[in-house]
Design a protein around this ligand. Sequence first.
Ligand SMILES: Nc1ncnc2c1ncn2[C@@H]1O[C@H](COP(=O)(O)OP(=O)(O)OP(=O)(O)O)[C@@H](O)[C@H]1O
Length: 450
Amino acid sequence: MTPVQQFNRQLAQSRLLYPTKTVVVAVSTGVDSMVLLTLLQRLPVRQRPRIIVAHVNHHLRRQSQREAAFLTRYCAEHHLTLQVTDWPVQSHPQTGVEAAGRAFRYHFFEQVMATTGAVAVLTAHHANDQAETYLMKLARGGDVAQLTGIAPQRPFAGGQLIRPLLTWSKQTIRAYAAAQEIQFYEDVTNQDVQFTRNRIRQRVVPELTTVNPEFLTHVAGYQQQLRQLLTAKSEMVAYLLPHVVTETETVNLAALQRVPAAWQLPLLRAWLHQRTHELFSEEKLRPVMHWLQNTNHPTGTLPVNGTVDLVKQVDIIDVRPHKKRVKKLMPGEKIMVDLNQWQKITATQTAGLFSHPTVAAGQPLRLVEQDWPLYWRPWRAGDQLTLRGGGHQSVRRVLIDQKLPAEQRSRVRVLVNAHEQVLWVVGHKFTYRDHDFGTQTVFLALKHGS
Ligand SMILES: Nc1ncnc2c1ncn2[C@@H]1O[C@H](COP(=O)(O)OP(=O)(O)OP(=O)(O)O)[C@@H](O)[C@H]1O
């Protein structure tokens, strides 16, 4: 199938090949969106939807004015309806300009859809965008679902957001533009290797393409497989959920534990989603699962976020609104540890527990399942550290020995486990645990500065 046939097929699948339909085409004047616009213009009249061209002048570079003027001329010459809006410089934020610009853009597309009766917005994302995003997410880490990447079609503003060029590589787009003599503006910021995406575009993708020329297709293939796996997973979760959820919408812990281990966390997550309308990451829920399974504590309450608590009563798990803290407790008095997340624990300290060593995370600590959940909290009189050989030392003594001025001592935080045992006097001393103790190694890290 030729690229143009693939494009036509995507539009046919989206049921857009009708003159009675109106579509908004997001055109930046770059090569991708000018090719997209040209492809739409060249559809046979009996299939071509009514085209509304939408352009945002971001006022981010000098070229912006010329681009807007070029597009105005182009649309007039081709009898195309154009809607342009400005993103005034005074609305640009100090940081996060890209994300703010994107939000502004999509809000504008939404407005254009509403005022023109359009059923879809079309953008010119392509296979290289897809692979770059994939590699960036791979490098940054997170939920595996994010690796499914840009969807060819998804609901948007009461209609659809469609990317008909996702199967086209940048090379194909450029070749088509050259062959058809399509005019466009080169985005000069695309060359700037200070941007991670540009470095991936210019260095990583070409390198991987020399390993295998089909690299882009293979990324798309993995994403397709991942989408199928995630669909299968959510279907299985939907099937299993009634086996662990009771008539009163609580979870039966014994039933949950009878489910094969790999499904327990996804089930807990799905149930919490139903009850709280919040989607927690499985990583965040892992310590919660350890807490639930800890038979030494058959009852208890655990805050899962600022608004809800999990309540465990032997075999029954329920959610309740989080009780507001008593006024005199300092905010952040006791913070549950989120694995693999930096957490601000005092005005000047940010600490984290990581499952892998990172540049900043050096000190390994062995844990047992019963340690979870862990917390950051101010140290208290009576807190003790375990020393090599089994002895103990009070936290107070540690601070005195390290000659910490008395007025600074109250600011010291400790890392404690579910049994209130001190594992780390943050910034001062670690508990002793043998390297073959427990089942899990985490890495403790601390950053200074507000
Ligand atoms: N100034 C603009 N005006 C209209 N459409 C635009 C503009 N900039 C980008 N677009 C549309 O968005 C597509 C993607 O552009 P680009 O890759 O620069 O954005 P992104 O921010 O990386 O992606 P996304 O918009 O999905 O977050 C373009 O091909 C084009 O269709």
